[in-house]
Design a protein around this ligand. Structure first.
Ligand code: SAH
Length: 454
């Protein structure tokens, strides 16, 4: 039976989607419901009905789950900033582990793989070292906050829960200064206004701060005074950049940067090495847990002095540079040219000489290395959500390293890729999830695959 839009129903929640929405069934028709946990009974309003599933909204809870974390505010759920925050942390970790287990079970090659317990954070809040905050006008006033899920309505927010609290303070100060200096917030529909986003990065160990102000036009009236006031209150700010981005595309940053204050980068430390981080480069947003994740990856790789290691999707080089002194040679590849510039500087900064880097897509560079005779014994991959390209898997299997360590931020593409390696003679040993993104539905894990068809 398909419900009608605007109908009110009493429903029992039986499951959670991988994005943390409650699932209820009317006969066999699934309804997805925000802020509703398995075991809860709710009175819900049907908002949207499709052919195969629909969406409803809780009007009233008739029974609560004992796994509910009452402390979470509605706006953090509505915006997706903390879309699992309504679940106790212990249950979040179980949920993430089960997701990987279920995906592995669906694949005949992988049914008997053990998934370790998720390594969680001791204090699972305030961990993000980077914030990308939209700036919009709400009720006639410039506001910083976050979009309501699946919309472009900005919800004003001051406490983001999962961000470094100093970053929250700097965002508030930027908002207040934008207001004070009469700067206009961007309006997406009318395509008017100046300030689109403010991005703040703060080194976990160094405490150095970078602020990027994304604007539609080059000129920011009285920007020197604004920055003077900002830096006077937060002397940790070492870099202020402007990014000029006139069009409406989904990318937050364009290539057009303009240095407004200080230097073009900040530095931070990771597993004892120093890193130079520039604005367009990827850098793990949870430093404390990235260290745990990397150490887990290195434990699995069990490296020795003779190893030749490929660090694919290397960003600013953090993985390869952490292990360079334990191995013979490291090759890194990354598609963002600025990140490779950073990686080269980072190698120098830490006195490391046995690394070499190439800019390009991993799936294009990997075959180049193969034809040049590079013989890796270990390949470490850390791709974005879409996982590995087929061409990469093919050439990786062609060079036949003893071990492949796969770091993944998306269990769906990860299980797909691991199954491909399994068809090519690589045995998946064990999966260790590490919680890089507490309070959110994102699942990070690391695995070792070793070659069995020698
Ligand atoms: N290993 C790094 C970065 C991981 S994030 C770290 O731990 O910090 C994934 C990286 O892959 C990003 O830096 C992104 O720019 C890069 N990337 C995305 N697609 C790519 C491709 N096809 N080939 C190479 N690098 C790619």
């Amino acid at each position: 039976m398909i419900p009608k839009k605007n109908e009110t129903l009493e429903l029992e929640i039986i499951d959670l989607t991988h994005e943390g929405l409650g699932v209820a069934k009317l006969d066999r028709y699934p309804l997805f419901i925000e802020n509703a946990l398995p075991g809860e009974k709710v009175e819900a309003l049907v908002m949207k009905v499709g052919k195969k599933y629909g969406f409803a909204k809780v009007l009233k809870w008739l029974e609560f789950s004992s796994d509910r974390n009452e402390a979470i505010q509605g706006e953090l759920l509505r915006t997706g900033i903390a879309d699992l925050g309504h679940l106790t942390y212990e249950k979040q970790l179980e949920f993430k582990r089960k997701q990987i287990q279920d995906l592995l079970k669906k694949n005949s090659h992988l049914t008997d793989i053990k998934v370790a317990e998720v390594i969680g954070m001791v204090e699972p809040v305030g961990y993000r070292n980077k914030a990308q905050i939209p700036v919009r006008k709400v009720n006639g006033q410039l506001e910083t906050g976050f979009y309501r899920k699946h919309s472009h309505d900005l919800v004003p927010i001051e406490d983001f829960l999962i961000q470094d609290p100093v970053i929250d303070q700097i965002v508030i100060k930027c908002r207040d200064l934008f207001r004070k200096y009469g700067l206009n917030a961007y309006d997406e529909t009318a395509k008017t206004g100046l300030i689109k986003n403010v991005i703040v990065r703060r080194g976990f160990y160094s405490h150095e701060v970078m602020v990027v102000i994304v604007t539609t036009k080059p000129k920011i009236f009285r920007i020197e005074q604004l920055i003077e006031e900002l830096v006077a209150e937060f002397p940790e700010i070492k870099s202020v950049l402007q990014n000029i981005h006139p069009d409406n595309s989904n990318n937050i940053l364009s290539d057009d940067f303009n240095l407004l204050f200080g230097q073009e980068y900040i530095t931070d430390t990771l597993l004892g090495n120093q890193y130079y981080i520039s604005a367009p480069s990827f850098y793990q947003i949870n430093t404390e847990m990235a260290e745990v994740l990397y150490q887990e990856a290195f434990r699995l790789a069990d490296l020795s002095k003779d190893d030749v290691v490929i660090d694919a999707y290397c960003g600013i080089g953090t993985i390869g540079l952490s292990i360079a002194n334990q191995v013979q040679q490291v090759y890194g590849v990354e598609s963002v040219a600025e990140a490779i510039d950073d990686a080269k500087i980072n190698a120098k900064l830490n006195g490391i000489e046995n690394v070499s880097y190439r800019v390009g897509r991993a799936e294009d560079i990997m075959p180049e290395w193969v034809s040049e005779g590079v013989k890796p014994s270990v390949i470490i991959v850390d791709p974005p959500r879409k996982g590995l390209a087929e061409g990469f898997i093919e050439s990786a299997c062609e060079v036949a390293p003893d071990k492949i360590v796969y770091i993944s931020c998306n269990p769906a593409t990860f299980t797909r890729d691991v199954a491909r390696f399994a068809e090519n003679g690589y045995k998946l040993q064990e999966v260790t999830p590490v919680d890089l993104f507490p309070q959110t539905h994102h699942v990070e894990s690391v695995v070792l695959m070793s070659r069995v068809d020698k």
